[in-house]
Design a protein around this ligand. Structure first.
Ligand code: F6R
Length: 613
């Protein structure tokens, strides 16, 4: 969850590392720090707060040096204080480390070191790891080997980078466990190491991935990979298909705003290279199902947060389009109670980052039970892309804002294509059905573009409603996951309590909450029967003096007094409706947070990649 950066090369290390940390700040922003090897030895600057708090400390120090490591923290062991900020030093102070992960056996290791006379100045498990590496160095191990030996003592998933005063031309870094990516890259001027691609692609698009159970010795011109037991490993280069400028804000005030507005293009990137209408064809060239489609008897989708909500829509697509029984599980629940799985169960893992620990553990469980695993992933080169048997990339480009938006719509688009392909392969649709379906998804980006036109109206709604403390979101059928996503977006970036639920459940309890201080956002976009039922729920709320913002299609003929506010989005085929219905809810959450003066892109307590279980 934290972000790690390392640099050695011809540029000043301090500013290069700060730049890298800014690109990784979405991973955590409780505290930040860096260390540079200067002519006077190792210099560390760190503080609680953000990179913007660290930058003046670093600039004032005028650190001269071309090798260093940096860190942006999402707190796990130890409060958010200066002392707990990384880097942390070993007992002698001649090496420092930055770390991403959580040590399950830290108490035991700390007790062992305390008994040997070690003293600690922080509450972190990271300092314990630094001391373990120092102990191995005292025993004569080379830096990469010392790191490898220390990593083998840790329980949990970890990435660590080490800078040692007596190794001025090398950084050592390593990984264990299924979480916490580590990428290295070289350009003509030096080498960069980081937890994730956004910090690397500004230097080079040709990268090497450090895999779990490996240590890398990074030098200016080359990287040497070894397993923890010292066996050498040959690692190829991957070319990252991202344009670094795509990660900049491009004139938008926040990344979230940019990413909401990018959706017509990003959804088109997910769909259009794979679909032609003349002749009508669907080709998932880069995706090979890990098993015969006709042999699959069930699909289980595993994911977390917004990706889990996308999975709810995906399950419906698989059931309806491919006639395949499908259900969605919260990854962290599935991981420890996966239920019966066989070789005929297709497990589909969904993740923007491809690094979510809960999802990776769920995939391990699926593999252990012999189930084939397909993955829908945005981040090329992420751990999930390596673990899954088949990968369908989303091609949505880098998503920087912590709140997921464009990857939600791309996940839906990818699920739709997968369901259409499975339908063909399983003989579950006629040619005419197939053609109608792919025409519907091919036109979805245009409908999403038109849905963005509601922004001025939604901004006005945010002005009226931003002082409310609670919200209910409801929808039925495919409106249900859209309502859940609207509630999740609102609570995570505006800190307003919001609950999403199935509209049919209103009368089974939540209706007791209805009063003028509990506004309801209702999503009524599904097919006619379901829409009529959702509108019944809206009428029940209105007759109890509830305030309703209704999201409906522009083709619906609605009674004038049905809802206090009606937001109209373009009418689409019912299965496409979640793609347009979510847009006003994303914009609503965004404008509420802006009204409240909150940090939209980096909401409190959250991180973009959740690499701890
Ligand atoms: C919500 C959000 C989170 C993520 C969740 C899973 O806006 O961003 O709920 O959706 O942490 O992340 P990925 O998709 O990277 O596995």
């Amino acid at each position: 969850m934290c972000g790690i950066v390392g640099y050695l090369g011809e540029r000043p290390a301090a500013s290069t590392i700060l730049d890298g940390l800014r690109a990784l700040e979405y991973r955590g922003y409780d505290s930040a720090g860096l260390a540079v090897l200067t002519p006077d030895g190792l210099e560390v600057r760190r503080c609680a707060g953000r990179i913007s708090d660290l930058a003046p400390l670093v600039e004032d120090a005028h650190l001269t040096g071309s090798i260093g490591v940096g860190h942006t923290r999402w707190a796990t062991h130890g409060a958010v204080t200066d002392d707990n900020a990384h880097p942390h030093a070993d007992a002698s102070g001649r090496l420092v480390i930055v770390h991403n992960g959580m040590t399950d056996n830290v108490d035991e290791l700390r007790a062992e070191l305390l008994a040997d006379g070690h003293q600690f100045s922080s509450e972190t498990d990271t300092e314990v790891i630094a001391h373990l590496i120092g102990v191995e160095r005292d025993r004569g191990a080379e830096l990469p080997d010392a790191l490898g030996r220390a990593l083998q003592r840790l329980v949990g998933a970890h990435s660590v980078a080490v800078l040692a005063a007596d190794e001025p031309d090398m950084l050592a870094a390593g990984r264990i466990g299924a979480a916490g990516g580590l990428v290295v890259g070289h350009n003509g001027c030096g080498a960069i190491l980081a937890s994730d691609l956004p910090a690397v692609v500004r230097h080079t698009r040709k990268v090497q991935i450090v895999q779990a159970g490996e240590v890398v010795s990074l030098r200016r011109r080359a990287a040497e990979f070894r397993r923890l037991d010292n066996r050498p490993v040959t690692r190829g280069l991957i070319t990252v298909p991202w344009d670094p400028v795509a990660a900049a804000k491009a004139g938008h005030r926040h990344f979230m705003h940019k990413e909401i507005h990018e959706q017509p293009e990003t959804l088109a990137e997910t769909i259009r290279p794979r679909v032609t209408l003349d002749p009508p064809e669907l080709r998932l060239d880069d995706f090979r199902l890990p098993t015969d489609a006709r042999q699959i008897d069930r699909a289980v989708i595993v994911a977390s947060g917004t990706s889990h909500i996308a999975g709810m829509v995906g399950a419906r697509y698989l059931r309806e389009l491919a006639r395949l029984p499908a259900a969605t599980e919260i990854a962290s629940e599935f991981a420890y109670a996966p239920g019966p799985l066989t070789r005929r169960t297709l497990v589909i893992a969904v993740s923007q980052s491809g690094e979510t620990a809960d999802v990776l553990v769920a995939v391990q469980r699926a593999h252990a039970a012999g189930a084939p695993v397909a993955a829908l992933v945005n981040t090329v080169g992420s751990e999930l892309t390596r673990m899954a048997d088949a990968v369908l990339p989303l091609h949505a480009g880098p998503e920087v804002s912590v709140a997921a938006t464009k990857t939600f719509t791309s996940e839906l688009g990818a699920f739709y294509l997968l369901a259409c392909q499975l339908a063909q392969q399983r003989g579950a649709c006629t040619q005419a059905q197939f053609e109608r379906r792919i025409a519907a998804i091919a036109h979805a980006p245009i409908a999403v573009a038109r849905a963005l036109d509601v922004e001025p109206q939604v901004e006005e709604l945010a002005r009226r409603f931003h002082r409310c403390k609670n919200f209910l979101f409801l929808g039925r059928g495919l409106g249900h996951p859209v309502a859940l996503e609207g509630a999740l977006k609102l609570k995570e970036i505006s800190y307003i309590h919001a609950e999403g639920f199935a509209a049919g459940e209103l009368k089974h309890g939540p209706i007791a909450l209805i009063d003028p201080d509990m506004p309801v956002v209702a999503v009524a976009l599904d097919d006619d029967d379901v829409r009529a039922k959702t509108l019944n729920a809206v009428a029940q709320i209105r007759s109890r003096d509830g305030r309703v913002i209704l999201v409906a299609s522009d083709a619906d003929d609605l009674r004038g007094d049905l809802a206090e506010h009606v937001v109209r989005v373009p009418r689409t085929a019912p299965l496409i409706a979640p793609l347009v219905g979510v847009v006003p809810l994303q914009l609503f959450a965004y404008h509420m947070a802006v009204r409240l003066g909150l940090d939209v892109d980096q909401p409190r307590n959250l991180a973009k990649s959740v690499t701890v279980e």
